[in-house]
Design a protein around this ligand. Sequence first.
Ligand SMILES: Nc1ncnc2c1ncn2[C@@H]1O[C@H](COP(=O)(O)OP(=O)(O)O)[C@@H](O)[C@H]1O
Ligand SMILES: [Mg+2]
Length: 394
Amino acid sequence: MAVTYDTFERYRQKGLDARRAGQWESARVYLLEAARTMLELSKSASGPELTQARREMSQKLLDLAKDCERAKAENRRANQPARRGGTGGGASRENAGSGGGGGGGDDGETDASQWVVKDKSTLRFADVAGLESVKQDIKLKLVYPFEHPELAAKFGIRAGGGVLMYGPPGTGKTMLAKATAGEIDATFFLISAGDVLSKWVGEAEQNIKKLFAAAANEERSIIFIDEIEALVPARRDEGGSSVMQRVVPQILQGVEGFDRKSGRAMLLMGATNVPWQLDPAMLRPGRFDEKVYIPLPDLPARRKMLDIYLGKRPVDPAVDLDSLATKLNGYSGADIKYVCDRAAVIPFLASVAAGAESPITGEILEEAIREAPKSVTPEMIRRFEEWGRGSGTG
Ligand SMILES: Nc1ncnc2c1ncn2[C@@H]1O[C@H](COP(=O)(O)OP(=O)(O)O)[C@@H](O)[C@H]1O
Ligand SMILES: [Mg+2]
């Protein structure tokens, strides 16, 4: 099922709202989705001009998303221009400015469609490079029991429950969640936990009920909660009323996996780039009982990404993709896509100017690699691995 302009518009709007409020992570998530949706729409555009216009819009949204990433890293406040070398002090999460006067606060009674983005996914596991063992895990836990309920019951395989993905940014967590929805043709509900908290203060339970009501209307659904660590209260002294304590059990109870009687399936996936901020309670059996590490792409995955992101573009046949893939060690999937997108711009412009196609050369690609910083550091990787060891795999 193809994406619609309406879907795009909702992602874009949510992205811009979050950006205005200084919720950088939520803004990044939604703007990325908007960019991707627009790119998808560009493929079905009638005529080259509309295609190009949509591509450019997609690129703009991508740049905005990148800027949100920088803003988050800089601890930038809402509605402020970028500052160089900001002081690092303060909370690691950027919240909406204290006054919250940034606009976009359309609070109050809502039906689910206003705060959750619902989508049909066209992605498949084959579109996600690498991560083969993770795909296998997800198939075992979410896909096969659903496709073969009788067999699953016979073998005592429990379907559903929550799968939590953790790892550095840009490694394909959101993509995998969408691909899972695509594999079982489920409706995909994307919510960003940061968004949940900022918009739902005082009404979180109510809204979660609405979310489940909306999902229950679908024959098959996947609820994907991005930046799920945001459900952990920033301050522990909030005691019994912490959002985590009230809301997470509610979320996890609402998701009972595949219901054989009704034939409906509702699955939960979560993602975080900062798993050490999670409340351990979230990881108890019966909650997110499966947690999977989503690492940086290995060599075959990087090679596959080059196929995915350069395959349909005119590339000089002399380019040695294997050696490029080797050079891209340490780059995330998002970095690699960025490199490929960048590398396409110069020869595209040259082709326009010359009126003849000039391909993407090895030199251009190398230059794009040099210019694109790695967004993940070895220290970050170590921290993820340590956390994975320390928290005991489920
Ligand atoms: N494993 C992968 N295979 C193909 N593309 C990827 C992969 N990982 C990341 N990308 C690219 O990077 C973009 C961002 O990935 P995303 O799934 O949003 O990362 P995360 O949710 O882990 O931060 C994707 O839209 C895709 O273009
Ligand atoms: Mg993501």
